[in-house]
Design a protein around this ligand. Structure first.
Ligand SMILES: Cc1cc2nc3c(=O)[nH]c(=O)nc-3n(C[C@H](O)[C@H](O)[C@H](O)COP(=O)(O)OP(=O)(O)OC[C@H]3O[C@@H](n4cnc5c(N)ncnc54)[C@H](O)[C@@H]3O)c2cc1C
Length: 637
């Protein structure tokens, strides 16, 4: 497999401009002759589909929810980064680029990250023009707050509902195009297969989730904007429906899967409270602007938090990382929380929690100020835990939250299948081994509003597209493979539910491929997962039929894919013999317990190639070069 990143030549700050000039253009009058399928209506897909339709392309958009507006992006709370430097606190495009490369522990592509930082400012302008109600300061300017891994305030926000407000903006833009007839919207449709003809992505097979009918849709190019696969851990902050199936099925058709083991465990989630829990809730990182994280110094502590004197508390992030303190990056903060809990100093049931305490901030700024900034998050916390965080510290613990890994894409956001583009969380592109807070919304909207509208034209203008009839052998084969899998799932009639299998898989992944990984545990997982998968295909019970609304069937297909993807994650984690960012191999750490990279052997992207059923996938490598942010050991001290 060839991995040509197609990075333009020249100085980094000129690459995108130069590339935009050199890319082929489609004559405006010809744009209506081209069609594009976009799978996903989150910030990446919604923005991309609206922008391409605005340019004149005919776009078909798919999502599995009943409205484009319910994409998981709506859950994003804290904010979106941009290098506007409104606060005059030293920010710049270069600093955002630098922080992102460093934050990702030098495992991302410099050229892509620079472009991301460059277009970050356009995103804010675009969203303001759409009417997104960003928080404002008294004088009317847009307000900013700080997120982890940065010493400047560059995060734009709309209270604790930033994703929702941004998605409403993208949704309006999208629905405008639906109204104009440029976008055909297919809600409650799940893409189950990619159609590849003559080596190019030309369409999808989708199931109408209400009637069960399998449909084929053909276009000149396909864009996947299907989000991340962090629900492989079962318990996660993701919406329950998020899954990796679209990406996985594209992988099996020839799209390389990059760095699958790079998964983010977010430090501030409400801790697990029972075996039958199905979902975890995030407490936004923005809370770390004002909340202080601590545990008791003594593992034998039994007093209520308010009764523990200051000198018997360990504000461990402030102690270990005095420069970044409570705003240390997520990978570092999560591991530190695990460490103090492993020492027996955790709080709450099972002692798997740490305090996030607002007493100082309330004393300094007053309750009203805190309520104004974080009111909806505090309310959410109280509803879930029945504790009032204005008077008792929150309890938090790390949980699966984001996937830096994803389908490999080049500078044009095209995968290794020509014509298949991948945007947003579904691609691997910009965050290396660790994503900084508030950078996912930035990347999704950068890809959707400001990158794909250009690069899709470059692809379309360079090729001719034959008509593909419905009875084309590749189309028929794609439909038959979906049909066969559906029939097989429904025919097993075993004794265990899909959820039981998913929970077991999640447990294996969390224990063996979670915050800490080592060779023995990963090798064990690589025995356990195939055994569980074998049992799944012998003993799963999927009730109902294929020609009706059947959520059990939907889940079964997704969990079947997670079982395979989970195995690839463990393999990737095993072969990456270093620690970097969120990938912490316990064998590779400094004396102080920090990640120890191995740049000589692993300063690269691992892009896995499907080799066929039952065969070990092939590990391809894209070397990474660091010209502008020289390789160095990350330090947040
Ligand atoms: C609780 C929470 C809070 C967060 N807060 C922030 C934040 O403050 N700032 C930040 O930068 N990031 C945040 N993130 C991360 C960020 O929200 C996501 O990374 C981002 O929204 C992903 O956007 P997306 O468009 O790539 O995918 P998504 O929003 O996940 O959208 C995926 C779309 O694909 C569709 N889809 C998927 N598979 C199929 C299929 N097979 N067939 C048809 N349709 C399909 C879905 O229907 C959906 O429309 C947060 C994440 C969580 C979980």
């Amino acid at each position: 497999m060839e991995l040509n990143a197609n990075i333009p030549s020249g100085p980094i700050e000129k690459k995108w401009d130069k590339h935009r000039f050199e890319m082929k253009l489609v004559n405006p009058a010809n744009k209506r002759k081209y069609s594009v399928i976009v799978v996903g209506t989150g910030l990446a897909g919604g923005a991309g589909a609206a922008s391409m339709a605005e340019l004149g392309y005919n776009v078909k958009v798919f999502c599995y929810q009943d409205s484009a507006r319910r994409a998981h992006s709506i859950a994003a709370q804290g904010g979106i980064n941009a290098a506007k430097n409104y606060h005059n606190d030293g920010d710049s495009v270069f600093r955002l680029f630098y922080d992102t490369v460093k934050g990702g522990d030098y495992r991302s592509r410099e050229a892509n990250v620079y472009r991301l930082a460059e277009v970050s400012n356009n995103i804010i302008d675009q969203c303001v023009a759409q009417g997104v109600p960003f928080a404002r300061e008294y004088g009317g300017g847009l307000d900013n707050r700080s997120f982890g891994g940065a010493l400047v305030s560059r995060t734009f926000y709309a209270r604790g509902q930033t994703g929702q407000q941004l998605l409403l903006g993208a949704y309006q833009a999208l629905m405008r195009q639906v109204g104009l007839g440029k976008v055909a919207m297919f809600t409650r449709h799940e893409m189950l297969e990619l159609i590849v003809v003559d080596g190019r992505a030309r369409g999808i097979v989708a199931r109408d989730m209400v009637t069960g009918k399998l449909e084929t849709h053909i276009a000149d190019a396909v864009v996947l904007a299907t989000g991340g696969y962090g629900n492989v851990f079962y318990l996660a902050t993701y919406a329950k429906g998020c899954n990796g199936s679209a990406a996985w099925r594209a992988y099996k058709k020839g799209a390389a899967f990059a760095n699958p083991c790079f998964t983010q465990i977010h430090p501030t989630c409400i801790p697990v409270h029972g075996e039958y829990q199905s979902k975890l809730t995030l407490m936004s990182e923005s809370l770390r602007n004002d909340g202080r994280i601590w545990v008791p110094k003594s593992p034998d502590e039994t007093r209520a938090p308010g009764q523990i004197p200051e000198d018997e508390r360990d504000y461990y992030l402030e102690r270990m990382y005095p420069t970044f303190g409570n705003l240390s990056p997520r990978d570092i903060s999560s591991r530190a929380a695990k460490r103090v809990c492993d020492e027996g100093r955790g709080v709450g049931p099972g002692k798997r929690g740490v305090y996030l305490d607002f007493a100082d901030a309330i004393g300094r700024l007053g309750k009203d100020a805190i309520e104004e900034k974080y009111g909806n998050l505090f309310e959410m916390y109280e509803r879930i835990t029945d504790e009032d965080p204005y008077t008792v510290p929150m309890r938090i613990y790390p949980a699966s939250h984001y996937t830096m890994g994803g389908l490999w894409v080049d500078y044009n956001l095209m995968s290794t299948i020509p014509g298949l583009h991948v945007i947003g969380e579904a691609n691997f592109s910009d965050h290396g081994a660790n994503r900084l807070g508030a950078s996912a919304l930035m990347q999704g909207l950068a890809d959707g509003y400001f990158v794909i509208p250009y690069t899709i034209g470059n692809y379309l203008a360079a090729h001719k597209f034959e008509e593909i009839p419905d009875d084309h052998p590749e189309v028929r084969a794609a439909v038959e493979s979906v049909d066969a899998m559906t029939k097989k799932l429904l025919s097993i009639k075993g004794t265990k539910t899909v959820t039981e299998f998913h929970r077991e898989l999640g447990h294996i992944m969390w224990e063996h491929c979670g915050m800490g990984r080592n060779r023995a545990a990963l090798e064990e997982a690589l025995q356990m997962i195939p055994a569980l998968r074998e049992e799944f295909w012998q003993n799963v019970n999927v009730p109902g039929s294929a020609d009706e609304l059947n959520q059990g069937l939907e889940m079964a297909g997704r969990v079947a894919d997670f079982m395979e993807l989970g195995e690839l994650m463990c393999l990737d984690a095993l072969e990456r013999e270093e620690s970097c960012g969120a990938h912490f191999r316990e064998e590779h750490q400094t004396e102080e317990g920090e990640a120890l990279r191995n740049d000589a052997d692993f300063a690269h992207v691992a892009a896995w190639e499907y080799a066929g059923e039952g065969k070990k996938p092939i590990r391809n490598v894209e070397p990474l070069e660091f010209e502008y942010v020289p390789l160095q050991t990350r330090s947040y001290k």
